[in-house]
Write a protein that binds this ligand. Structure first.
Ligand code: ADP
Ligand code: 5GP
Length: 224
């Protein structure tokens, strides 16, 4: 993979990786934090990824994703235009290198909504320049209820997403912080603090061993 030239030394620029199982509330949280950063006078934006999957109803090209063909995606990869890229659920997804670097160069906080494979690539190539945050649901049941409450997916799709959630969440140790999205206000404040460079008191994975064990379907060991 081509190395990145993310400007690690810039005081206001920040690359924030957000990963989560579908339905954990990543989009809801990130929108709140974008607004809060704006009120603090900081420019912030979501990176718009490239994908080969077809648009879902209501999705807009250039706003939700750049929807491209497999040939166009491969060409971008070959030409080094992707900051990271991965296969997720049978389709290709990637983050455009130039748009991300331009936004960072302008002093923006950039959110990358990417999976663990992409997070690993960005962290490996520029570890000082980014902060990786894993968003967790407060329980399996809450995750299921949020997927159902969102009303976007059939029962079969929700079952698949619940199984995929366990695989995705098993990568939490590769992230700098975990944010448990229980209470939206508390969780968004924690994410905001991380974006501002602070370390909130309850965002270390080892503080959530019981919850992680429940989410991953493991037996909880002794807590000492
Ligand atoms: P994701 O982007 O991770 O797939 P969404 O942001 O779409 O998840 O959230 C999934 C559903 O859960 C939405 O209906 C949202 O309103 C709801 N939700 C998000 N955060 C919370 C929370 N802290 N408490 C209760 N419901 C939440
Ligand atoms: P969806 O198709 O439901 O929007 O996204 C499916 C998964 O792809 C999510 O886990 C999302 O985080 C991930 N994803 C979206 N864009 C990118 C990207 O640019 N790179 C990587 N690695 N994953 C992405």
């Amino acid at each position: 993979m081509q190395s990145t030239t993310v400007p690690a030394e810039s005081s206001s620029a920040a690359l924030i990786i957000l990963s989560a199982p579908s339905g954990a509330g990543k989009t809801t949280l990130a929108r709140k934090v974008l607004l809060a950063l704006g009120k603090l006078g900081r420019q912030a934006a979501f990176s718009v990824s490239y994908t080969t999957r077809p648009p879902r109803p209501g999705e807009v090209d250039g706003r939700d994703y750049h929807f491209v063909t497999e040939q166009a995606f491969s060409r971008m990869v070959d030409e080094g235009q992707m900051l990271e890229h991965a296969q997720v659920f049978g389709a290709c997804y990637g983050t455009g290198r130039q748009a991300t670097l331009n936004a960072l160069a302008q002093g923006q906080t950039v959110f990358l909504d990417i999976d663990w494979q992409g997070a690993r690539q960005v962290k490996r190539s520029s570890p000082q320049a980014c902060t990786a945050v894993f968003i967790l649901p407060p329980s399996r049941e809450a995750l299921r209820q949020r997927l159902q409450g969102r009303g976007q997916d059939s029962a079969a799709v929700i079952e698949t997403r619940m199984n995929q959630a366990v695989a995705e969440m098993s990568h939490y140790p590769e992230f700098d912080y975990v944010v448990v999205n229980d209470d939206l206000e508390r969780a968004s404040e924690a994410l905001l603090q991380i974006c501002l460079g602070a370390v909130p008191p309850d965002c270390r994975a080892e503080q959530h061993r019981g919850l992680l064990a429940e989410l991953l379907g493991e037996k909880v060991g002794p807590t000492r």
